[in-house]
Each structure stands twice: as C-alpha cells, then as structure tokens.
Design a protein around this ligand. Structure first.
Ligand SMILES: Nc1nc2c(c(=O)[nH]1)N[C@H]1C(S)=C(S)[C@@H](COP(=O)(O)OP(=O)(O)OC[C@H]3O[C@@H](n4cnc5c(N)ncnc54)[C@H](O)[C@@H]3O)O[C@H]1N2
Ligand code: MOO
Length: 437
C-alpha cells in the first residue's frame, strides 16, 4: 500500500474504529445470570465458571501401543542373548492386570493399564511371538526397549484440580469433548443474550409479503433483517424480530420503548444517518442516550451506540442500543467489526481479539491482485476473494448497497486512511472465517 501524501485527515468528529471498539467494549458489562445445561446443549455457549479436573487424565499409566509390557532391562538381556521371554499375562483395555512376574512379559493392548513391575512397552511389530516346547506363549524381541517407551503416564494430559477451561471460554466441539473426558455432564453457562432486531424504513417490504412483480415503486425487500438475524443466531443470541418501523419519530420512539423491555440489546438497521427520515438517534436520545455516533470507516460511518432506559413499571434498568447503517454492506461490515466483539463481551468472553478486526492476529498479509488508486480519508474495508495464485481479487462494485459483494467475497481488506493500493502490494486481509469465528 502506498501512503498518499495529499490525503486530508478524516473529518473531525468521526471516531477511529479502534477507539470506537474500545469505547463500546468498555460499556459491555457481561451478563451475570447463569443457567446449567447438559453438555449436548452447550455448543456455542460461554462457560460461566472455571471447569476444574476432578480426576487425572489419563487416570492410570496405560499402553500407547498394541504390544508387550516389559521390564526394559530384561528385554535388553534377552535381546543380546537371542532368547525369548515367556508371556505370563494378557491385558486388554478395560481390564486390570496382575503384577508382572520377573522374567516374563505381558501381552497388552492400546489403552490397557500397565501392570505393576513393567517399565516399557514394545509394539507388536517389534516382536516375534511363538510357543515354547510345552506350548506356552513366548516372544522374541527384534530390538531392546527404551525405559518408559510407549507408556502414557497418569495425569500427563491433565492433573487433578487443574483449571481446564477458564470461565469465559466459548464452548465448541473440542471444549465440550474435553469436558466430557473429565466426566462433566452439565456445565454452568452464561444465559443467552436477548436481542431485539429492528429495521427502519418506509421502503422496506418483507420477502413473501409482496411478489417481486407487484413491488410498489420505491419499495425494496428487507435484506438486513435476514442476515442480521442469522449472524446473531450464529453468536448464540436469542433474537426477537420486531415489526418494521415506519419513518416517524413517534413510531420509532414507541418501537424502541417496547423493544427495550425484556432485551439486553436493541439492534436496529437504517435511519441513523443525517436525513430527515432518520429518526433513530433522536428516539434513542428521548429514551436514554448516545455514547457514540459516526466512525471513520467506509462502509459504516453512521454506526451508533447508546442505551435505552426500561420503563420502571417493568424490569427497569438499561438496555444497550446499537444502530447499524441501512446500507446492507455497511450493516454487515459493522456487525462483524463492532457488534460481534461487543456481543461476545456481553456474553462474558474476555478475550475478544479473535473476533474483532482491529485485533490483528486474525489478519494475513497477502498481495493485492488489483489496483485501488482512489484516496479515502476513512479506514476502508474492501470486499475481496483469495485467488488460486495466492493473491486477492477485488469485487468490481464496492458500493455499500451492493450486497452481492459480501456474498461473493471471502474476506475484507483493511485499508488504512489515505492509502492507495497498487497491483502486487501486500495488504491486510481479514478472512470471513476468522471474522465469524
Ligand atoms: N447527506 C448525507 N447522506 C448520507 C450520509 C451522510 O453522511 N450525509 N451517509 C451515507 C452513508 S455512509 C450511509 S451508510 C447511509 C446510512 O443511512 P441510514 O443508516 O440512515 O440508512 P437509511 O437512510 O435508512 O438507508 C440507507 C440505504 O439502505 C437501504 N436500507 C435500509 N434498511 C434496509 C434493510 N433493512 N434492508 C435493505 N436495505 C435497507 C435504504 O433503502 C437505503 O437505500 O446514509 C448515507 N447518506
Ligand atoms: O458509510 Mo456508508 O456505510 O459508506 O454507505
């Protein structure tokens, strides 16, 4: 990327993205209500208390191979003399063998407990079993054993009492498997976040309500509601979809007042810019207040965050409010950049760097296979896709109403304010896979 010497500073008043995210997270007090659920119900949820191991894993010294449990010194002597050793025990997984008699070996299988007295395991590929003159099993080893080889020691994975999953862990298949391996049947979880989803705009029609050929002039289908709901559900939120809000201040105030009841967050799209029909900000100020509005990013400038006071007659207290821009791409991108880490923090996830673009571990430097000569004062997020040559292609239309750019792209290029991109430049690429992680 090339710095553009002529770039003017971002307009005063527009908050840098990193500052906006920090301000947003500073207000996100994690929910403190818990619920206990069975492991099978806990996928995608957040652990509310440390999970400590109530046992050692493995719980006993056991064999890592199908083979023979031996005394290494005896195998060394027998191997040097070309002699066989008698097989005195057979220990399958799930059984417990007796102590190993001196001068003998035990047939053993993967996962079976090591008998007292044995100090190594030889894989069966390294052994030649046969029988002695009286028909009893014996075995000749092709090589000596290293002391301790192929023995999985008690507690080598997890020690009794150890914190295995700290509070705030986002539970996925691996974490749930780990909890199961410790015998946990249920887990204490943060309760799900309750989100009211609201769309604002007289032009919006729900898909299915009017067929495309009968759509009135000026009307469009509500796309934001559908993808925002899906994004929220992927984050494990309980989503209530509110009726579309007409472009009137009184209707917007009434809709927000109702949405605040029984929800932790009211998320709206549209009506947060500067137009005469953009009533969301005024309505939020009437019912609570705004912490921030307008961020120096493109798309997504009119992003707003504030709070709504709930009616004292009901539960009372404050409900978070986030207003996303109406342009679908701006709505989608600001969800990824700001709403996702905010939701995660409300859910009790402490380290949200993995799901917030400004926390850079998730970005990769890749060569741009496109030119972007235009100078933009805001930090910009371009819709791109990785190509077979290891570079990034740009979606040809980067308008913030072009939702097909999001569907086509597999990630975003994070472009600094005032910079241009020439073909071959290394750029910061943020894959959607990481964004939605
Ligand atoms: N004079 C200015 N005009 C605008 C500015 C500005 O700074 N000064 N900012 C522009 C930017 S940037 C954006 S982004 C938009 C956002 O405005 P709003 O959040 O108030 O959104 P609306 O005006 O309601 O709608 C914008 C656009 O998006 C369509 N839309 C709205 N909701 C939905 C939905 N649920 N599904 C699909 N499409 C939706 C709407 O029809 C408009 O086309 O403001 C610029 N203007
Ligand atoms: O910031 Mo707007 O979101 O460019 O269209």
């Amino acid at each position: 990327m090339n710095p553009a010497p002529t770039a003017a500073p971002a307009r005063p008043g527009l908050l840098p993205l990193d500052d906006a995210l920090a301000a947003l997270l500073a207000t996100a007090q994690p929910l403190n209500e818990l619920e206990t659920l069975a492991l099978d119900e806990a996928d995608g949820r957040v652990l509310a208390q440390d999970l400590r191991a109530a046992l050692d894993v493995p719980g006993f010294d056991n064999s890592a191979m199908d083979g023979y449990a031996v005394r290494a010194a005896e195998v060394a002597a027998a191997h040097a003399a070309g002699a066989a050793l008698p097989v005195s025990l057979r220990i399958p997984a799930g059984a417990v063998g007796a102590a190993l008699q001196a001068g003998t070996v035990a047939r053993i299988f993967t996962g079976a407990p090591i008998p007292t007295g044995a100090d190594a395991v030889l894989a069966q590929e390294e052994a030649e079993p046969n029988t002695d003159a009286s028909g009893s099993p014996q075995v000749r080893f092709l090589k000596p054993a290293r002391l301790g080889q192929h023995i999985r020691r008690r507690g080598e994975d997890i020690a009794h009492g150890q914190v295995v999953l700290p509070a705030g862990t986002l539970l996925g298949p691996a974490e749930l498997g780990l909890a199961a391996s410790l015998g946990a049947a249920q887990l204490p979880l943060r309760r799900r976040l309750r989100v009211a989803l609201l769309s604002s705009g007289d032009e919006l029609i729900e898909p299915g309500h009017i067929a495309p050929e009968r759509l009135p002039p000026g009307a469009i289908y509500n796309s934001n509601r559908t993808f925002l709901r899906a994004l929220l559900q992927r984050l494990g939120c309980q989503v209530s979809v509110c009726a579309p809000v007409p472009d009137r201040l009184d209707a917007t105030v009434a809709a927000l007042r109702e949405a605040a009841q029984g929800h932790d967050l009211v998320l709206s799209s549209g009506g947060v810019s500067v137009g005469e029909a953009d009533h969301l900000k005024a309505a939020v100020q009437a019912l609570g207040g705004l912490h921030l509005w307008q961020i120096a990013i493109k798309p997504g400038k009119p992003f707003a965050h504030g709070w709504l006071e709930r009616a004292a007659a009901t539960a009372g207290g404050r409900c978070h409010y986030i207003g996303l821009p109406g342009n679908p791409v701006a709505s989608y991108v600001t969800f990824l950049l700001l709403v996702q880490p905010f939701v995660r923090r409300l859910q009790g996830v402490q380290d949200v760097s993995g799901c917030a673009s400004p926390g850079l571990p998730q970005t990769i430097e890749l060569p741009a296979h496109f030119d972007w000569p235009s100078v933009e004062r805001r930090r910009e997020f371009l819709r791109v896709r990785r190509n077979a040559a290891g570079g990034l292609d740009l979606y040809p239309s980067q308008g913030s109403g072009v939702l097909s750019s999001i569907a086509w792209a597999d990630g975003l290029v994070d472009k600094a304010p005032g910079q241009t991109i020439a073909h071959g430049d290394g750029v910061r690429y943020w894959p959607f896979g990481a964004a939605l992680g």
